[in-house]
Design a protein around this ligand. Structure first.
Ligand SMILES: Cc1ncc(COP(=O)(O)O)c(C=O)c1O
Length: 353
């Protein structure tokens, strides 16, 4: 099928860009002897997860139990990390069920989480791996090395749990001294840490500067996004995620309206010093400023474009943040050049529990 036959707005993944990214990140991690554990919350798609595993990924990361259930049911079931505090009976029952279908590790940053995990797994006669989440402010994670050591000792002492190590997010080289202090607390107590997990795509290519890392969680690297374009980690060609849109109105000489808004791109914005707040990069009109959107209308300042998009023109827009963009769509068109090679469901779309 030719790409011109796709109706708009439509989520696209460019296969050349996707394969390039999968190969270059996997090659980097393989060359440095660090396991790559892709975070599938970005694409939520079994086809892409299988491509990551077949290139050498050691397992996957899923932010939510629901994502993990979809991936495991779809055969991506070798080794799964859920870097999230699992709280409450409903989730603990599902976690116990999942331990019977894959090698599972979860993160914890409190005695409450750890006690809940142990009670559920011990009662069911199963074991789950636990890593202590370390934090530097902003999100979850213990913020003192002492507490990391104490929680690790608690995990080690309770039934139904296997202490596997630590995780931290994000993991630029600057976190190394804190990480070392936390691991020293494990050493002081004679506790093991076979798993030392770093994460985030922008920090991926500096992972080797933290020799303690045994593995790395990266989510956005297969498809990039406008943020990665600005950071320089991905070229336009390597930004494999796009939303195909049609120009449907030209209310003024400066303004174009596309048929994709926040329900196609997501509402994520990116502030550019020169151009202000942006919602996407228009591949065919790089001078265009995708400055705002309502649900189904993208508002684009085209005053600097020469030529300008006309009503009926079709464009590809690279979103700011790929993860919520995938979550807005049921189906991905996997394209190579002008041809659609496959349609892939966004299998774990909406799996937020
Ligand atoms: C725990 C965790 N690990 C890894 C990642 C992947 O980072 P990125 O989205 O930069 O690839 C995320 C992203 O939010 C995350 O929350």
């Amino acid at each position: 099928m030719h790409i011109d036959e796709l109706d708009t707005p439509h989520l696209l993944v460019d296969l050349d860009g996707l394969e390039d990214n999968l190969d270059r990140y996997q090659s980097y991690f393989s060359a440095h002897g660090i396991g790559l554990r892709p975070h599938i919350k970005t694409h939520k798609c079994l086809a892409i997860a299988h491509m990551q595993m077949s290139r050498g990924a050691m397992g996957i990361t899923c932010q939510k139990l629901g994502e993990a259930e979809v991936m495991v049911a779809g055969g991506v079931d070798r080794d799964v990390l859920i870097p999230f505090n699992i709280i409450g009976r409903a989730k603990l029952e599902r976690l116990v069920a999942l331990t019977k279908r894959t090698r599972l590790t979860v993160a914890a940053d409190s005695a409450v989480t750890i006690a809940g995990l142990s009670a559920a797994t011990a009662a069911a006669g199963v074991t789950v791996g636990v890593i202590i989440e370390l934090g530097r402010g902003g999100r979850c994670g213990v913020e003192t090395p002492e507490l990391a050591g104490e929680l690790a000792a608690l995990v080690d002492s309770l039934p139904g749990l296997e202490l596997r190590g630590v995780m931290i997010m994000p993991a630029p080289p600057q976190i190394r001294p804190f990480l070392q202090e936390c691991l020293a607390q494990f050493d002081a107590r004679g506790l093991p840490y076979p798993m030392v997990s770093g994460g985030s795509t922008p920090a991926a290519f500096t992972a080797h500067e933290i020799p303690e890392l045994t593995e790395f969680r990266a989510g956005e690297y297969p498809v990039g996004g406008m943020k990665h374009l600005q950071l320089g980690t991905h070229t336009v060609e390597q930004c494999a995620v796009r939303v195909l849109m049609t120009c449907v109105s030209r209310p003024t000489a400066a303004r174009a309206i596309f048929d994709g808004g926040s329900k196609s791109l997501s509402a994520a914005t990116f502030a550019d010093d020169e151009r202000g707040s942006l919602m996407g990069h228009v591949v065919e009109f790089p001078e265009a400023r995708f400055s705002g959107a309502s649900e189904e209308h993208g508002q684009v300042d085209v005053s600097r474009c020469e030529p300008q998009p006309q009503i009926g023109d079709r464009v590809q827009v690279i979103p700011v943040h790929p993860c919520p963009t995938f979550n807005e769509h049921d189906i991905i068109a996997a394209v190579r050049g002008d041809l659609v090679e496959a349609f892939w469901p966004v299998h774990a779309r909406g799996a937020i529990r």
